[in-house]
Design a protein around this ligand. Structure first.
Ligand code: ASP
Length: 724
């Protein structure tokens, strides 16, 4: 009896210890908090209930957290549609509205009243209506299927039915996503608003302060925010842009706290993390950081060097390429951090040990052995197969398609194949669509830059990819051009009729009347031919096999995850990010980046000025901000010692897509805007390490200081609910 009691006490102790240890890792599904996390979160300081965070019966935090565009998060901060996201998220919208005369990237933009707000084209804002566990309905009738493709078909059929029923007679959109590699399925019902307007953005010297050198780095001083407003029709429903539209009234918006943060404070982030792969095996991790990432890093470096050279040549090219450069360099720098981080923590060894433990567990029971005993071997074989084509796959995406004009050709090719059995009117419509895409494409295009990237990429492909995957053009390149990539690129770009809007429009003006002749001309265009020869290799020898193997790999992971959860029934497993709403919690805390070095959790405007004084161009600041700093009059936006706190770090597990996510304190008030992770922690998409992984946020008081004192747009703060 006594022994049993001790045993159960020890068990509870073990359980708590484990849960607490693992608590900071994970991106949790908000609708499941009441089952899993809420007690732990409250134990760590949270003062809200699960219902305050996610509810379908009352307004809750989830109603204020939105998807911005296709890959970021935003947070509603007023009852009149005003929301915050990152400057780097708003960047393409700001860029699209900029010109050499109105350079909002460099100078910033502030609407001083609603009429001055600028329409942000092609940006939607999406609200989450509800989340539903639909696992049983999605998997209904799947027991009998044998092949992975039959299983997929059945699942897709079920998904179509469930989603269409869910949104019947509504203007909502429903999406079902697999979790734990298809062991579970959840449906997300969304409401999407497309009339979105730019309200304010600081100059890049503030919003992207530190540029590449500081990106993914702590300590940080970037004020990475921009402000937009959602508009709706008079019934508060989504509507296409119209001057008649009025500011949308969200179900709720988030009050802002001026209390600031201290080390150890509870924090929580809600948003849309994009992709993580936390359960990969050691072999997969090794392939990623020893082969795939180093190649991709080199390819991006080459591209960035060329872009940078041209962007320095003229303001016009700089503006055209600013957003593209930023997105290329963002992943480039992150990947470097991932490689360092995984190496530093010996990720492959950690994973191998976990696999050994799993294998021992699986083999210690006959039934388990039958089910799980062979799956790691299977995975190993599959990865060895995948390894034969993985680099070609990467090179197609990162090298071949780095030539921008090929992206347009991809759509052109799609158009050619999709038009065959269409009516004349349909063909006209498809053509018009393609032409409007081309207008947007060429607005941000500079041919000499693309030509140089093309030459560089050909060289990289030829050097690094096995001969069996070389298209025939390389023979010609060697024979006729003696391996001179630059001359080869020049010749083919000059001869092509498809590298300018004028050329494409002229050719298509004869379409659909002279369909055959036009298609013939496209197919025989010298540059299009090169694109096709790469595409053929990719489509015929790589893509199908790559997808086939990945389907099989996913099937093994489905079993692996089932086994892992069975092996540790008391552990809270968090599903990989898949761009659905998640919540992560942790606390404000510093970390040791290396032996004997400790990074404080917070930065101040003092540090920003120190960087500015180095004279480095990435740390340039507008003179007005320097003046404000020197005046030392920060009012209520300063902390109790009179300083402006700029950024802080915390141990919330976040990922790309969490950019622009609200950071809440224990009361559910807004204390910051998440925008990045630290260099040592960028590996957290593959392996989370609580000692090293931190998310970086702008202090909300810094944002308000910039809006109020720097931009003189304090009228916007009057719309917000600020708790002093
Ligand atoms: N700054 C990051 C990004 O742009 C956000 C993150 O990954 O933590 O993706």
């Amino acid at each position: 009896m006594f022994i049993n009691k001790i045993k159960s006490i020890l068990f509870v102790f073990f359980l708590l210890h484990f849960i607490y240890l693992a608590a900071e890792e994970g991106m949790w599904i908000p609708s499941l908090l009441s089952h899993y996390n809420i007690d732990i979160m409250q134990g760590k300081g949270l003062k809200l209930s699960a219902e305050d965070i996610y509810s379908i019966n009352q307004a809750s935090l989830k109603d204020a957290v939105v998807i911005y565009g296709n890959g970021c998060t935003g947070v509603m901060v007023s009852g009149e549609g005003l929301f915050l996201t990152n400057h780097h998220c708003g960047y393409s919208a700001i860029q699209a509205l900029s010109s050499v005369q109105n350079d909002y990237l460099t100078d910033g933009f502030w609407a001083m009243n609603r009429d001055e707000e600028l329409r942000a084209n092609n940006i939607a804002v999406t609200f989450l209506i509800r989340i539903e566990d639909v696992t049983d309905a999605v998997l209904a009738g799947t027991g009998q299927e044998v092949t992975e493709s039959q299983l997929k078909d059945r699942i897709n059929q079920n998904i179509r039915k469930i989603t269409s029923e869910a949104i019947e007679n509504t203007h909502y959109r429903a999406l079902i996503k697999p979790f734990f590699y298809g062991n579970e399925y959840y449906m997300f019902v969304y409401e999407e608003y497309e009339d979105v307007r730019l309200v304010g953005a600081p100059p890049s010297s503030i919003g992207s302060f530190g540029a590449d050198p500081d990106n993914w780095i702590w300590p940080r001083h970037t004020c990475d925010f921009s402000l937009f407003r959602v508009y709706a029709d008079k019934d508060n429903k989504p509507a296409v842009y119209s001057t008649e539209n009025i500011p949308m009234r969200p179900r709720t918006f988030i009050p802002i706290s001026l209390a600031g943060v201290d080390e150890g404070d509870f924090t929580m982030v809600m948003g849309y993390p994009g992709t993580t792969t936390l359960y990969l095996t050691s072999q997969a991790v090794e392939m990623i950081y020893k082969s795939s990432l180093p190649h991709k890093i080199n390819l991006r470096e080459d591209r960035m060097e060329i872009m940078d050279k041209y962007m320095r040549e003229s303001d016009e090219i700089r503006i055209r390429y600013a957003a593209k450069y930023k997105s290329v360099s963002n992943s480039w720098k992150k990947w470097k951090g991932v490689v360092n981080g995984l190496e530093r923590v010996n990720a492959v060894d950690i994973k191998s040990r976990q696999e050994e433990e799993f294998q021992t567990w699986a083999e210690s029971d006959e039934n388990r052995k039958k089910l799980y005993g062979n799956l790691l071997n299977e995975l190993e074989d599959l990865y060895s197969e995948l390894n034969k084509i993985a680099l070609v796959y990467d090179y197609h995406k990162e090298c071949v398609m780095a030539t921008e004009i090929f992206q347009l050709f991809l759509n052109l090719g799609g158009m050619i194949t999709s038009i065959r059995d269409k009516s004349f009117e349909e063909k006209m419509l498809i053509k018009e669509n393609f032409l409007s895409q081309s207008v947007v494409f060429f607005k941000n295009y500079h041919q000499p830059l693309d030509e140089e990237i093309f030459a560089k990429m050909l060289q990289a492909y030829e050097m690094n990819i096995k001969k069996e995957f070389h298209p025939r053009i390389f023979n010609e390149l060697q024979r006729k051009y003696k391996g001179n990539y630059i001359v080869y690129a020049q010749k083919n770009f000059r001869k092509s009729k498809l590298v300018s809007y004028g050329g494409i429009a002229k050719l298509l003006s004869r379409y659909p009347e002279n369909e055959r002749a036009v298609i013939d001309e496209i197919i025989h265009d010298p540059l299009y031919r090169i694109f096709s020869s790469f595409s053929r290799i990719y489509n015929e020898d790589v893509r199908a096999q790559y997808e086939f193997l990945n389907d099989k790999i996913d099937r093994e992971y489905r079993l692996y995850l089932k086994g892992l959860r069975e092996k540790e029934p008391f552990r809270m497993f968090s599903s990989d990010a898949n761009f659905t709403m998640r919540l992560s919690y942790g606390m404000v805390e510093g970390y040791h980046p290396s032996d004997a070095v400790y990074y404080h959790y917070q930065t101040t405007l003092d540090g920003k000025l120190e960087k500015f004084k180095t004279g480095n161009e990435d740390y340039a600041l507008p003179p007005e901000l320097v003046g404000l700093y020197e005046s030392n009059d920060f009012g209520k936006w300063a902390d109790c010692s009179g300083k402006i706190n700029t950024c802080f770090i915390a141990s919330n597990h976040t990922s790309g897509g969490n950019s622009g996510s609200p950071v809440f304190n224990a009361d559910g008030h807004l204390i910051g805007l998440n925008f990045d992770r630290n260099w040592e922690g960028t590996m957290s998409d593959i392996m989370y390490n609580p000692e090293q992984c931190r998310n970086i946020s702008v202090d909300i008081r810094y944002i308000l200081f910039i809006i109020d004192r720097f931009a003189g747009a304090g009228y916007l703060i009057d719309e917000m609910m600020v708790i002093e």
